[in-house]
Design a protein around this ligand. Sequence first.
Ligand SMILES: [Zn+2]
Ligand SMILES: [Zn+2]
Ligand SMILES: [Zn+2]
Length: 629
Amino acid sequence: MEATSFIERAFSELSLKKNKRLWLSSDETRLEDRIRLLASFPICQFEEVFASNLDGKNPKLASHLLDKANLAFAQGDNDTSLKLLNQSLQFAGDSEIGQIYFSRAALWSSLGQDQFVLADLAQALERIENGSEQYLKALEKRAQAHVHLQETEKANAAIEEAQAILVQIRTRLKKNVASGYEKRLQKLLKSNTRDQPLKTPPEALIPSLESSNPLIPSFSSNVQVQFEASRGRYCVAAGDIACGDLIAKDSSYCSILDYSKVREFCWHCFKRLKYALPCKSCTIVLFCSDICQTSSQSSHRVECGLLGSLYRANFGAWILAFKAIIKNPFEVVSSLIESSENQKANANSKLSDDSPFISKDLRSFDKLVGHDSADSGTTTTSKLVKGEGDQTQQAAGLMMEALVTLFLLRCLEHQGYFPPETPPLSSESPSAAFAFARKLNHFMRIAYFNTHEVTTTDKNDNVSPVTRIGRGIYPTLALINHSCFPNYRRICINNVTLGIAIRPIKRGDEIADTYCPTFASVDKEARDLALEKYRFACNCSACSNNWPQFAHLNNNSDAVTKAKQHLSKSEEKLLNQMRKTRQYNHHAIQTLQKYITFLAEGTQPCKELVTSENELYNCFVRKYAGEYT
Ligand SMILES: [Zn+2]
Ligand SMILES: [Zn+2]
Ligand SMILES: [Zn+2]
C-alpha cells in the first residue's frame, strides 16, 4: 500500500529500519539523499514560518509606548522614559519614528548627553517634514547641542540653517513664537565663541600582539601550529612564553547574541548599548551607531524578519553557519564551493604553508575541523557507530541536521540571497544544485565543533565578573586543542577575544584551551560527558594521572613556601592585600604572575596554583574591562 499523508510517509520513509543506509552514514552523498528526501515533503517549504512575519513593526504599540514615555518624562522619571522610548522606537513604523527620535533627543538633552542628542536629531530630521515648525525646533536643538559640545563651526552652520528655515516659515508662525526663535538663535550665536572641542574620555585600549606569527597573524610569533596525521593540528609554544603573556588576539568570523541579550548589546560590534538605534524593519536588532548599522546592512538584510523564528527554533551553534554564509555575498560562497568541489580538501589537513591563516577570511574559516566524514578528525577514539543504541541516536542527529540544513537553505531562498534565476531546491534538483546545501552543512559542523562563548564583563561583580552574551567562531583560537588543565584563557572585549598564558609555557609545550569545566571543578566522568560531542577521549595530564578535584588537591605547602621565597616582603604584602581587597593594580598583577611562575614548577598543581591562576584571570578580565586601578 502506498503511503500518502505526511504522517504516513514520515513514518514509512524516514524510518531507520527502512532506510538504514540513509541515516547511518554522515558522508556527503548520504547527506544529499537525506535532504532530497526531506525536500519532497511539502511541509519542508516551511511556508507558515515565512508567512508569519512576527518580527514586523507595530505602530499602534509604538505610539502607546511613546505616550507612556512622554508621561514619565513629564513626571521627571527619565530612566523609565528612556526605556519606553527605546521600546517605542523598536516597534515604530516610518510615519511615527521621526517623532519618537525627536522625543528621545529631548530626553538626552536633559540627561546632558549631547552626542546622543545629535545622533537622534539626525534621525529625526531625515523624517520630519522640511519646513514644519517641528523641523525648525529640531534644528534649534541641534544648534544647542553643538554649542554645548563647543563645536563652534558646526554650531554656526546649524544656527544659520535654523535661521534660514525661520525666514521661510515665519509668516505661518504666530508673531511672538517667531520672535522667540529669533531671539534664542541670536543668543546661541553669541554664546558660540569658544573653539575647544570637549575631550571625550578615551575608551579602554585593547592591547595588541607584540609581534605576530606571519602565517597566522592572530597568534603571537611565539605560537606555532603543527600537524601529525594521528592527532591533527595542534598549537605549541615556539619559544618560552611567560605567565601573563598575550599570545592571541582574534576577531570572530561570525557571532550572534543570545536572544536574552539583544536589547542590551549592539548587534554588530557587541558593545553594551548606551545609545540604541533599532533596525528599520525588524523589532529584534539594535545598533550602537549608524556606523554599525551600515556595516551590518548587507548581512542583516538576509536575516531581517526571520530572527524571531531562528531564535525560537533554538539551533544552538548551527545558527552560526547561517551567519557565516550571509556575511558573504552569494558569489563569494559560490566561488569557494567551486574551488572546494575541485580539490575536495580534507578539512583537517595541515594548514597550507604558502597561504596564511586569516581569521576574517572565508577560506580559512572553511578549513576548520568539521569531522565531515567518519574517518577524519583529531580523534583518538571515534564515537561513531557503536552498537544499536548509538546508531539510533546518530540517525536522529543526522535527520535533525539535514532538516536544519534544508530550513536554513529555505531561509536564504526566501530572503533573495541567491541570484534571481536560481530555482528553489527540490527533491528533483540535479546533484550540482546540492553543492550549496553541502557547504552549509559543512559550516554547521564547523560551528558545532568550533564555537566559543562570547562574554561581557560585569564591573561590579568581584567574584565572577564574566557573563555570557552570545556565541561566536574565532577561527584562529579554534586551532587550539583541549586540556582539562588549560594553560591559556580567553578574555572577550566586545567582538575581540584575547588569549593570555595563565602560567609559563615552555618552548615546544602544547598550548591548550579547555572545552569543558577544568579538572579542578568537575570529576573525570562529568568531563568525559561534556567532551563526548567532540569525539575524542581526553588524555591530558589531569586525565591520565587521575588528578583529584580542587577539594582534594594537596596544599603543597612546600611549593608555596618555595614560591614565596622568590617574593620580597613588600611583594608578599601586596599579594595578601590584593586578595583581601580584590583591588588590582599593575604591580600586583606582575607580582601574581611571578608567584604563579614559581608555583607552577611542581608536577601536579596544588590548590594555591589553581586559586592564583583564577585570580590572575579575574585581574585580566577587569583590567581589560577598564577597571584597572
Ligand atoms: Zn556597534
Ligand atoms: Zn532587521
Ligand atoms: Zn583531560
